[in-house]
Design a protein around this ligand. Structure first.
Ligand SMILES: [Fe+2]
Length: 281
């Protein structure tokens, strides 16, 4: 990690406020990226650094998208990555908060189809969605997702795209499209009358990260390359975020204890602080 990055400017904040996303400079160097790629391999090989609670979602089909949540529990490199203070400082800056805690993480593996042919319902697609539709047990939608590229990433290998300004559209009905591979079908459900639907690809060099608001609509298409597209994703929340009973995301509610109470802070060891302004002063 280079220590010269991580302080975002007022201009950056304004851009994020307007567009609902922001792209960082390169945050991780080659050796760090290699370690993260090896961490991916170890998790997919069920080689864990300790007991944990990974939640895997892969149908076993080689061409399908693979995703696992909570891998920071079971892999030390991923833990260090998603609780990295520079990542946390950027997140806190974008959320306008004094601190950033890890909500949870994901590792994502999008296989390369190598066909070079467009298939609108590729098995590796991630349908358009808003993260917050899955996270309504938090009292705020002011959460941010950091998506770290472990190789150069663009449309040819299925990069994520964001709809700028969509974080201002509120929480939309039917925005839980993550597992719907038919991007066009979900789009027609969400774009709505009068909404300016523009798709901006998050083109990243290896080691760069994109940050998006929990209400920003995003998704990704086919990876036409010969190689898998790997990423590590950190979902971060402002320090002080608390439990709101809206009947969603029981997997994270469970971590608060067997009977979470309205207003209970997400501040246990299961939600580590990635950054706090207090620690800087
Ligand atoms: Fe997402």
């Amino acid at each position: 990690m280079k220590d010269t990055v991580g302080l975002i400017t007022q201009e950056d904040k304004e851009f994020y406020k307007q567009n609902g996303y922001w792209i960082s400079p390169v945050l991780f160097d080659e050796a760090e990226i290699e370690a993260m790629r090896q961490a991916h391999d170890r998790v997919w090989a069920n080689d864990y650094d300790g007991d944990g609670y990974p939640l895997g979602e892969w149908d076993g089909e080689p061409k399908s998208l693979r995703k696992i949540d909570n891998t920071w529990w079971i892999n030390d490199v991923i833990r260090d990555t998603v609780t990295n203070p520079v990542l946390g400082r950027i997140a806190a800056g974008l959320m306008d908060s004094t601190g950033a805690r890890l909500w949870y993480d994901q590792i994502i593996y999008k296989p390369g189809t190598g066909t070079g042919k467009k298939d609108s319902v590729s098995l590796g697609n991630v349908g358009w969605h808003q993260d917050y539709i899955y996270w309504q047990c938090t009292n705020t939608d002011n959460l941010v997702t950091a998506w770290i590229a472990l190789q150069d990433t663009d449309l040819s290998n299925g990069c994520m795209s964001v709809i700028p300004g969509s974080h201002k559209w509120g929480l939309l009905e039917g925005s839980d499209g993550f597992f719907n591979r038919d991007l066009d079908a979900v789009k027609s459900r969400l774009e709505g009358a009068g909404r300016d639907w523009k798709e901006v690809p998050m083109i990243l060099k290896a080691g760069q990260a994109s940050f998006h608001h929990s209400l920003a609509i995003h998704g990704s298409g086919q990876n036409y390359s010969e190689h898998p597209r790997l990423s590590i994703v950190a979902h971060l929340m402002p320090d002080g975020t608390y439990y709101k009973n809206r009947g969603h995301n029981v997997d994270n509610i469970r971590l608060l204890g067997s009977r979470p109470k309205e207003g209970q802070l997400y501040n246990s060891e299961y939600f580590p602080l990635a950054y706090s302004e207090k620690a800087d002063s």
